[in-house]
Design a protein around this ligand. Sequence first.
Ligand SMILES: [Mg+2]
Length: 383
Amino acid sequence: MDLKSNHTAPVLTDPAPISKSRLGGYPNLLPYSHTGAFSELILNIPKKKTGILDDVRACSWLDAMKASSPPHRKMMKDSNNELAPIDSDAAYRAWMLQYPSALTSFEQIINSAKGKRIALFLDYDGTLSPIVDNPDSAFMSDAMRDAVEKVAKYFPTAIISGRSRDKVYEFIGLKELYYAGSHGMDIMSPVRQSVLDDHQNDIRSTDKEDKEVNLFQSAREFLPMIDEVLKSLVENTKDIKGVKVENNKFVAAVHYRNVDEKYWQTVAQRVHDTMKLYPRLRLTHGRKVLEVRPVINWDKGKAVMFLLESLGLSNCNDVLPIYVGDDRTDEDAFKVLREGNCGYGILVSAVPKESKAFFSLRDTSEVMEFLKYIVTWKQSSAL
Ligand SMILES: [Mg+2]
């Protein structure tokens, strides 16, 4: 992907292609209207011309698909070009000057935490579990689970994943954590009183232990639409070998990790064609996955702020939030922390990437190391 010298690269979030007949002056024909009190979450959808531009847009998606799926370091080393590993090592070292390792910078991080309470936010795929061919098999290791469990004993710890909340809970299975699924559009948090109470998206529920919890689902009204588009995506991509459409509750994910690259254009075109009927959905690019999600002003960054508030941790003078993630969607959270001058984003990446994070970790094993460092530091400082 392009490396730029500044820190202004936005997260790639393509607006949904717009069908003129659906939007051009006939708003009442939209299948799902947003009349709720939280309608300020809904983004304004720019009108676009259709026709030949559709094809151009589908092609640009292909470019984005390639850009958002950088090769793993191992693949680079396996290439026939013997200079590649040396070049890539040099590039990585140069990149780390800008994004120092959170392990070697641990003292700096801890110094910032003096007199504050650390709050940890962790992505799941590619952060706690390795990226694997089959998304249903993205299991975390027992050692990682143990590290997360220990860290959660000392610090409020939340998982913020693009997966459905139920699925990511199944993978992790730790009751001590807070969980936000669907890129933060489905948050389970402790019961609290706040300005958002009594809102239609903010409901009381019970967790698996029958304990009363708060469920905040910013895109609740989109559920029927996501179910509908999921079925269409399954139908429209069923003849492309290797495609997997995953139901992530408020997000429909089209994985193309196992699709031959020569058919990626076909995947882009089919998803694009399907989305033409849903102007209130938009596309985001993850690692070898296209994600179809509601056009609402909500992302992992807003989920972090919401959770901090819910947990009574929104005062930056007392709290140091740390967010660890590997994907483009995590950039929203990095950005919130950087711009709020409150806490640190840590990007997990084995290749140089432009980011809003402050620090880096190379892979999931370094994430585990980092979690252990924090626990050891906490235990020794309590002596
Ligand atoms: Mg991830």
